[in-house]
Structures are given as C-alpha cells and as structure tokens.
Design a protein around this ligand. Structure first.
Ligand SMILES: NC(=O)c1ccc[n+]([C@@H]2O[C@H](COP(=O)([O-])OP(=O)(O)OC[C@H]3O[C@@H](n4cnc5c(N)ncnc54)[C@H](O)[C@@H]3O)[C@@H](O)[C@H]2O)c1
Length: 418
C-alpha cells in the first residue's frame, strides 16, 4: 500500500459527507454519489442533511476535495470508503442493492493494492461474503492478494452536534492483520477519540449491529412497561425517574423508534440468524412492540377525546413533529406517520407542524402542513407532540391552551410539554 493515499468516499449522506469533510483536512478526497442533485448542492456549499454548515462544505472544497458523480474522478484513488444506505424491503429483509451496486462500480476502477473499506451497517459476513465477490468479479483481481478490504462502522447520531464523527471512538478491522493496521492508522489520523481494532471484519460488523439492537430491545422494554403502567394508571416517567436513582438502571424513555438505524438494523441480524436456523424471539418481539407504538399513541388519544366528550370524526388534531427524531430533518422511516394514519382512519382531520423539514420533503406526504400554529387563530380538539424538537420545548402552557378547543388534551410523546 503506497504511503500516499487518495481517498474516495462513496455515498455522501448523513455518514459519508461528514467523513469526507474530516478526511479532507488530511488527504486528497473525492466525494462520490450517484445523486446528481446532491452533488450539485454540495458543490454549491449546501448540505440538506444539515450535518455540515455551508462554511464546512466550502472548507472541504478549499481543502482540495471534489464532489462528483463521474467515475473518471475516482479512478486514481487507492482507498475507497463505502457509506451507502442499507435499508430493508417491505418484508423487513435486508436490501443489499446499494452495497452490491457500489461494489460492482468500485470493481471497475480497482487497482493492485487498493483497499475498500465498508462503513454501512450490515449483518456479520456481508463484507466478505457479499461485497468481496462483486469486487473480484468486476475487477478480475483476487481478494487479499491483489486488493484488500476493511470494515469500520459509523456511530454518528444525526442532529447531534456534540458527538460528531471525529469525536466518537471508531471500531476498525481489516482483511489481513497488516491491512487491519493500515485501516486503523488511517482512521487514527482524523478520529481524535481514538480507535478500537477489532479482531476481524465479522466482529466489527457484529459489534455495530448489536449496538443498535441492544438499544432497540431496551427501548422496547420501556415501551412495554409504559403499556403496563398505563393499565395501572401509573405515570411511566415518574416510575423511570424513581428507578433511575439506582446506579445501574438504564434510563430510557418510552416512545417511537423510527429512522433507518435502530428500527432497521436489528432486522439485518434477525435475517441472518433465521437463515442459519436460529429464531431470535427477543429481538423480533422488541421490534414488534416498538412498531406498534404509533397505533397505540393514536388510540390512546382517541380514548381520551371520547372521555372528554370530544367528537373524533372531523376533529381537527395537530401533530407536532414528523421527523424520526428531534432536531434533525431526517424523515426516513418516521413512525409519526403511523399515528397520523390511525387517526385518519377514525375520520380526524390532521394538521402537521414540522419546522425542520423543507418544502421538497413535504411533497412526499399528502398531509396538511401548517406554519407555526401558535401564531394562527385555528383551534384543535387535541394536540400530539410527537417529536422533542428544541423549539417545541419553549412553548408555554398558555400557548398550548390558546389553540385548544374546549378541554385541554395534549398527548406528550416525549414528555416535553409544561
Ligand atoms: N445516518 C446515521 O445516523 C447513521 C449512523 C451510523 C450508521 N449509519 C449507516 O451508514 C450507512 C449510510 O447511511 P446514511 O444515513 O449516510 O445514508 P444516506 O441515505 O443519508 O446516504 C447515502 C448516500 O449514498 C448514495 N448512494 C446510494 N447508492 C449509491 C451508489 N451505488 N453509489 C454511490 N452512492 C450511492 C445516496 O445517493 C445517498 O446520498 C447505512 O448503512 C446506515 O445504516 C447511518
């Protein structure tokens, strides 16, 4: 492996762009994506994921980095880092198409001694059993003789400006002990939090997928407890506050589990487990509980409306927040849509207030998006605060009361309403 490294980052999304930016401070970098609009926007200094500021995108460009959709621009790179999506299909099975396609594309430009590092979240075995055969077939070269691979999962949290890519300890792995060292040294140049060299690529792949699976299962437990305490008329948040006074209690709040990581990655693990003949009942049960929370929140709101003598059919209900989590514009796999569709089935009329997403993303939905409802005259029978955006936290009790028709009814999914 030559000491001079030219890095290509493939897939400039939430993971790829901040990584490309970080590497651009030390290396020549090409940011590659198949989405021409995305590349055009980045060349104009605009990151629609809001992970980088305009100044940061422009700094990357000044650092000799280019954003491109052109294969010719990545031909002379010698390290390829793949950060493409790893979604699931409608039957919750891993969809490896972006990984396969990007591997086939890299195969076309792969040269002797190049390294291909995968960062996308996968089940153990994907790098060596799915991606490597694609690289070998399209490059006509031999794995671990002519070219090498690495795996280094990303742990960023969209919207989190504290735990940014360079500040999170990074797991690294390589296809040979020597390449593991090269990969580890490469990341050490930008990751100030340090690295952990895993014993194999499969170990690194498994480590990432269990981080998110553990979180999913833990949240499912809290969600299940919330359903139980609800039948007992006990406030779950009060119970959690009390229990969390014990040093080893894991303090999580009940809520929706959406997005493309925690609600998706466990299915990668369960798919592989089932393929190998093991039925992962606990993990799948957790998924089922978390997937059911949107419907539960809607039903709970409807019950309260009925109790308070409010008609559900044609009732105006305000949904605050649509993104899958607070303080970010990411709407992928948001579970707020489950709340809305359930309410719509009962004939309610829904307004959505979501200050974080732009007009283009609103076009995906057939919803009535409203500007700040606290500045309008319209009154609602019920409000569901579905996402804990910071701007929602400063809304006062009086402001809520001013837009509610009759008796106050607010379903506070994130526990942020005064
Ligand atoms: N977003 C997160 O917070 C996060 C955190 C940790 C890990 N991950 C994992 O990282 C991976 C990427 O996630 P993301 O959120 O950055 O996805 P993303 O959808 O934001 O970005 C992926 C980018 O890859 C591009 N792309 C798709 N196919 C391509 C191809 N064949 N060639 C080149 N570019 C291609 C898309 O156009 C898109 O711009 C996933 O495996 C995800 O599970 C994501």
């Amino acid at each position: 492996m030559p000491s001079h490294k030219k890095i290509c980052i493939i897939g400039l999304g939430y993971v790829g762009l901040p990584l490309a930016h970080a590497f651009s401070s030390k290396f020549e970098v090409v940011g590659f994506d198949i989405n021409t609009t995305r590349v055009q926007e980045l060349n104009n200094g605009f990151d629609r994921t809001l992970e980088l500021t305009s100044d940061e995108v422009k700094q990357s460009l000044k650092n000799n980095m280019i954003f491109s959709t052109n294969l010719d621009d990545i031909k002379d790179c010698n390290v390829y880092i793949v950060t493409v999506p790893t979604p699931i299909d409608s039957s919750n099975r891993p969809d490896l198409t972006p990984l396969i396609k990007s591997s086939q594309m890299i195969g076309k430009v792969l040269k002797k001694d190049d390294i291909v590092i995968y960062e996308s979240t996968v089940y153990p075995g994907v790098t060596e059993e799915v991606c490597v055969p694609q690289l070998e077939a399209t490059s006509n070269m031999k794995f671990n003789t002519d070219f090498f691979c690495g795996y280094s999962p990303e742990r960023i949290n969209p919207g989190d400006k504290e735990h940014t890519v360079t500040k999170i300890l990074k797991i690294t792995a390589g296809s040979t002990p020597q390449i593991a060292n090269v990969v580890d040294e490469l990341y050490k140049t930008i990751i100030t939090a340090g690295t952990h060299k895993a014993s194999s690529i499969k170990v690194a792949e498994a480590a990432k997928v269990i981080e998110n699976t553990q979180r999913d299962v833990n949240i499912a437990l809290v969600n299940e407890l919330a359903l139980i305490f609800d039948t007992m008329n006990i406030d779950t948040n009060d119970v959690i506050e009390a229990a969390a006074t014990k040093w080893n209690f894991i303090k999580l709040k009940p809520g929706l589990v959406g997005g493309h990581c925690i609600g998706v990655d466990p299915y990668y693990l369960t798919f592989k487990a089932e393929e190998l003949g093991y039925k992962p009942n606990l993990i799948l049960g957790a998924r089922q509980i978390n997937n059911g929370m949107g419907k539960y929140i809607a039903e709970k709101t409807i019950k309260l409306m009925i109790k308070k003598g409010k008609l559900v059919k044609d009732a105006d209900i305000l949904i605050m927040g649509l993104t899958f989590k607070e303080n970010c514009p990411d709407i992928r796999n948001t579970k707020v849509v489950d709340i809305i569709s359930e309410l719509q089935e009962y004939g309610a009329k829904i307004d959505v207030y979501e200050p974080w997403i732009d007009e283009k993303d609103k076009d995906y939905y057939d919803y009535n998006f409203v500007e700040n409802p606290f500045k309008n005259e319209k009154k609602y029978e019920a409000i569901i605060v579905a996402v804990g955006h910071d701007e929602f936290k400063s809304i006062s009790e009086d402001e809520y009361t001013s837009i509610i028709n009759g008796e106050r009814l607010i379903t506070d999914v994130k526990g942020i309403v005064p």
